[in-house]
Design a protein around this ligand. Structure first.
Ligand code: UGA
Length: 427
């Protein structure tokens, strides 16, 4: 099948490359010419494990990029909307980019005679496909459904593991208004070994939000339990390991620590809160999920100040800047509020991250950055572990280079030992 993918962020680029891998002919569309140029040279515009190999394999064969909507729509049967859906100042979903992409798609569709399917993959709150996107496409194309199809097909891709998750899904959800477009979208995934859940667009939209909100709830729940365990001298990891053996609970996403970040969980939970409010429901639990997540990074500072009450002039090593391991993404990273607070307290921050230094430099240009953990630790009065990078598990003699061997561990990377003063965030 011929597919166009609008938006070359991590969801769009990964979906495009993986659809190419499944044998489809794929055209990526973006308004940013530098991204188009990179893609056509086989260079990924973002880092994703396995992505550059897929681009190398398919660019110039069945994968290309353009900024020309007319060309892309004319040369494809199905278009995926994969543009970003950021939060506005109140935390509600900002649909401006989705609306602009829908209008451009609609305009291009006006010039096409054949049936075309539009698929919303961007994360949008329930009713958006039917009440916002569809009317724009109808208006701009001058056509009505039947002449074109519309479906909602959410993504469940973890950043850093997105190629793996696309190729090995545990669910594929297709919400369509009509059977014809739903059948076409479902058929695109026939090369994958996964049942397709068929439903309507608003249910598909809700499934995405509930999925992310439930995972975020698991994390905040684990953090709250962890905070209680800490006061009682109980290792919450031991507790959750046993609790996770219950098949109704499961062992995953029970890791307590500095909280969740990234471009999805904080934004999606807030957007669902906004939608609930819009329909007259007060989502107390979802609000608490966010509230606990705001508390966690500040607990790192509290634990640090229990040991060093005056941080002025103290050198504090921050290990880990990315919102999680294996990514350079710092959006909503829990290290951001921590560094902000350290600066306010007058501390000297020496930071290290395997991939995210350049991104963090844009937010904090004046702190010290180092290319290795040992360099960041040199002469430090304390060290805060903020990201679950694997390499932080094996840090050992490196701590001996610190002036004062105090570790506040926000990700359960280390365990108590004799030669350092070790403080676990929730254990
Ligand atoms: C998340 C979901 O896992 C994906 O299924 C979803 O498709 C994606 O959002 C999205 O909506 O696009 P992602 O944001 O890449 O993926 O990151 P996760 O791996 O889920 O981690 C999110 C955050 O939770 C990280 O900051 C991580 O450190 C934290 N986390 C995760 C915990 O604090 N504890 C855990 O047990 C697990």
């Amino acid at each position: 099948m011929k597919i166009s993918v609008i938006g070359t962020g991590y969801v769009g680029t990964v979906s495009a490359a993986c659809f190419a891998e499944l044998g489809h002919e794929v055209i990526c569309v973006d308004i940013d010419p530098s991204k188009i140029d990179m893609l056509n040279r086989g260079v990924p515009p973002i880092y994703e494990d396995g992505l550059s190999e897929l681009l190398e394999k398919h660019v110039g064969k069945n994968l290309s990029a353009t900024s020309n909507y007319d060309y892309a729509i004319n040369n494809s049967d199905v278009s995926f909307i994969c543009v970003g859906t950021p939060s506005d100042n109140e935390g509600n979903i900002d649909l401006d980019i989705v609306k602009a992409a829908s209008a451009s798609l609609g305009k291009a569709l006006r010039k096409k005679k054949e049936y075309h399917v539009i698929v919303v993959k961007s994360t949008v709150v329930p009713e958006t496909t039917e009440k916002v996107i569809l009317p724009i496409i109808e208006k701009e194309s001058g056509k009505s459904t039947g002449n074109f199809g519309i479906s909602m097909n959410p993504e469940f891709l973890r950043e850093g593991k997105a190629v793996h998750d696309f190729m090995n899904p545990d669910k594929i959800v297709v919400g369509s208004l009509d059977k014809r477009s739903g059948d076409i979208v479902a058929s695109l995934y026939s090369g994958l070994n996964c049942e397709v859940t068929r439903t309507n667009p608003r249910t598909a939209e809700m499934i995405k939000y509930v999925n992310n909100s439930f995972l975020a709830t698991k994390i905040s729940f684990s953090n709250e339990v962890g905070n209680i365990c800490k006061e009682l001298g109980i290792d919450t990891y031991e507790v959750m390991k046993a609790v996770g053996k219950d098949f109704r609970i499961g062992p995953h996403f029970l890791n307590s620590g500095a909280g969740f970040g990234g471009s999805c969980f904080p934004k999606d939970v807030k957007a669902l809160i906004g939608k609930a409010k819009e329909v007259g429901y007060e989502p107390a639990l979802l609000r608490s999920v966010i509230a606990v997540n705001e508390i966690q990074p500040m607990r790192m500072i509290t634990l640090l100040k229990n040991k060093i009450p005056d941080l002025k002039g103290k050198k504090i090593a921050v290990l880990g800047l990315a919102f999680k391991n294996d990514t350079d993404d710092i959006r909503e990273s829990r290290s951001i509020p921590v560094i902000k607070e350290l600066i306010e307290e007058g501390a000297i921050v020496s930071a290290y991250d395997k991939m995210a230094i350049e991104n963090m430099r844009r937010i904090f240009p004046d702190i010290e950055y180092y290319n290795s953990a040992i360099d960041a630790l040199r002469g430090a009065d304390a060290c805060l572990i903020m990201t679950e990078w694997n390499e932080f598990k094996s840090l050992d003699t490196e701590f001996s280079i610190m002036k004062n061997r105090l570790i506040i561990d926000g990700r359960h990377m280390q365990s108590p030992r004799k030669d350092v003063d070790y403080v676990g965030l929730c254990w």
